[in-house]
Ligand binder design. Sequence first.
Ligand code: 13P
Length: 254
Amino acid sequence: MRRKIVAGNWKMNKTPSEAKALAAEIAATLGSEPCAVEVVVCPPAIDLPAVSAVLAGTQIGFGAQNMYHEPKGAFTGETAAPMLVDLGAKYVILGHSERRTYFKETDADVNKKTKAALAAGLTPIVCVGETLEERDAGKTGDVVAGQVRGSLADLGADLVKVVIAYEPVWAIGTGRTATPEQAQEVDALIRKTLADMGGADVAEKVRIQYGGSMKPENAKELMAKPDIDGGLIGGAALKADSFAGIIAAAAAAK
Ligand code: 13P
């Protein structure tokens, strides 16, 4: 049985003081009752020290939205995995479509980052997803399977440690959510690709999220699908009540 994982991607929102307040509100809303769902927040890197202090001792994990693949050195402006680990981060989002589009990250870049994250002990949340043009051209399966194969190449036994987020680009920030059937179809295809890569046992264990305009109102139906093991949430993660609503939906969707 895979434990559901709900992660908030705050993107480039919230100053350090705003982030501290939001993390505290989320922690207070969730309370200390053990949660059936794994809960993660991913604020901007500069907010991580403040968020780390607020979330210490809570059941909420945190992580970054990106990192560089080298552990240190002359790479001005970048953040390394050991720096995140030192702050207590346990996760890092990699290969988000905004990074692939605006910062030209390729599957090969994401693969290097994924390996570096795993080597440092972080859980990578690796994002894949097709554009509307690719979907309309009937290429969704090929595009997503290609991203999975490329981004997660040569991980060996570590493949099982990765979380994958299927985020159709056309559903991100648009209010146009994939239907539960559409999301299930692609999450199942990702699991089949993982089985080809690492065997059926590994594929059964890897958590595959859906992301793209997920809200408390549509979360339960999406996460009730057999291959959807959680959500990667953008806009609705920026308010404690809507984020908590999605976590409750995940817990109820078992
Ligand atoms: P929205 O939930 O705002 O559509 O964003 C999804 C996303 O990109 C999460 O990484």
